[in-house]
Design a protein around this ligand. Structure first.
Ligand SMILES: [Zn+2]
Length: 472
């Protein structure tokens, strides 16, 4: 199972009821409405539901105080605060970005004026680079956005907004250690910034440093109460109390924790298998996660207590690989498949900057663990012939609230779609699609850019592939 919750981007959220107005005129009253490029997700008494964004006309927010924007990296536990480095320079921002492009000549002129060192000229440079960075970010070019912030910081090294925006992008790129540089500088500049503490907690938590994460989020709460930080702090404290009784093992790419009662031989075996998987995924997906990946082995009861996942979830990846090992003393073939599956989620999540839809996540993870569609093919073909194949676009958002039977169908279609993509263009198509998803406004757009296809055609291609491959 993918940790959908972790890979979803909470772009905005609020606690009071909102109204989702659909294009067909209907409306839905809902709590905790979140949206990203492709879908709108909300809470109901029956659990979390997702609908395609394309059918939504607008969301009427019934909120007090604006919610913050976020672009979560491995963990969307908290969202990134929106911070203006230098308010009041809208004119500069308009001159820095116009006609869908960054005006580099204008930026160069501002920089040469800023050599004089007057506060106003420096503020203009900061505002212009911020505008350029945000524009490029909207286009998915995070690297270029980072370089604008670094450039601006040469002129305004103590600008809190620039420092925090840079840190947010580092976190988005899973560069948690790098994020601590601007954050520590921000701490020296403004020791009482709640945003700095919030982001530091996020960077520490994501890099598996629970104690400093808890310290930072407590500090953030003292400085400014924030329901998101409060929830993240609760989760971190739950993790901490659970993990205190755990032993540790470490390799080049993994930090492993396991319950003291588990066999040390099992822990060593798990690390050996994961290292092999890491190397093969690295080659197959043409991607290397920049930070060590955290793995926790659970006895079954501890897993249910701490993950609070539905019963059909066997293992979980919410930025950490959470693997129930029951009474195992050695890596069985089943456990090896679970490890490969969950590790694949880490690669796919990070390579796509958390944007991969759930069907693609689960399709690739199943494919990598060695599953193929042979057993399910007949039923899928029958469903397609009866016109009840679910559109893949409906499988983009969280599956956490799906009943068992629907989850099984969703997994089967996801695998079949990924198989057909690989059949048509090889793993390099998957790799290119993930890169594109990281930058494109939606999966549909990425399918067009990377594979010159769309959801309808992909479903038809999948059905044709199933018939060709599995019936004769
Ligand atoms: Zn999965």
């Amino acid at each position: 199972m993918s940790a959908t919750a972790a890979f979803l981007f909470a772009v905005s959220s609020c606690a009071t009821a909102d109204t989702i107005v659909l294009k067909n005129g209907r409306s839905i009253e809902a709590d905790h409405v979140t949206e990203d490029a492709a879908h709108v997700t909300y809470q109901t008494s029956a659990g979390e539901l997702s609908i395609p964004r394309s059918i939504v006309a607008r969301i009427d927010r019934n909120n007090f105080g604006s919610s913050s924007a976020s672009h979560g990296a491995a963990d969307a536990l908290v969202s990134a605060p929106r911070i203006e480095p230098v308010p009041g320079y809208e004119d500069v921002e308009r001159l820095a970005v116009h006609d869908q492009a960054v005006d580099s000549a204008y930026l160069a002129r501002l920089e040469s004026e800023a050599q004089s060192g007057t506060p106003a000229s420096i503020a203009r440079v900061a505002a212009a680079h911020h505008a350029a960075a945000q524009f490029l970010l909207g286009r998915g070019d995070t690297d270029a956005a980072i370089s604008h912030y670094r450039h601006a910081l040469i002129f305004a090294p103590d600008n809190l907004g620039l420092l925090l925006n840079l840190a947010i992008l580092d976190i988005r790129e899973n560069q948690f250690t790098a994020a601590l540089d601007p954050l520590e500088h921000a701490r020296r500049v403004a020791p009482d910034s709640a945003d700095t503490a919030k982001l530091m907690g996020w960077a520490y938590y994501s890099s598996n440093k629970i104690d400093p994460a808890i310290d930072e989020w407590k500090r953030a709460e003292r400085l400014r109460s924030d329901p998101e930080v409060e929830r993240a702090l609760e989760k971190a404290e739950r993790d901490k109390s659970e993990e205190e009784s755990y032993r540790e093992g470490e390799t080049a790419h993994f930090v492993l924790k396991y319950y003291g009662g588990a066999a040390p031989g099992l822990a060593r075996g798990v690390l050996r298998v994961l290292e092999d998987d890491f190397r093969s995924l690295e080659a197959q997906l043409d991607y290397t996660p920049p930070e060590p990946i955290s793995v926790i082995l659970y006895t079954e009861q501890a897993f249910a207590d701490i993950t609070r996942a539905p019963g059909w979830v066997g293992a979980l990846n919410d930025g950490r690989l959470r693997i129930p090992v029951r009474g195992l003393t050695d890596v069985t073939p089943d456990l090896a498949r679970v490890l490969k599956h969950e590790l694949t989620h880490s690669f796919v999540g990070q390579k796509s900057r958390g944007q991969a839809p759930v069907w693609l996540q689960e399709g690739i993870a199943q494919w990598m663990e060695g599953r193929r569609s042979n057993a399910a093919a007949a039923a899928l073909i029958r469903a397609a012939d009866q016109g009840v194949a679910p559109p893949l676009s409906s499988l983009e958002g969280s599956w956490m609230s799906l009943p068992d039977a629907d989850a099984a169908i969703a997994y089967a279609w996801s695998l079949a779609a990924v198989e057909s993509i690989i059949d048509a263009g090889g793993l390099s198509d998957i790799s290119r699609l993930l890169d594109r998803i990281a930058a494109a406004p939606s999966t549909a757009a990425a399918l067009g850019d990377a594979l010159r296809t769309n959801y309808d055609d992909l479903l038809q291609q999948t059905i044709a592939y199933l018939k060709r491959q599995y019936t004769s």
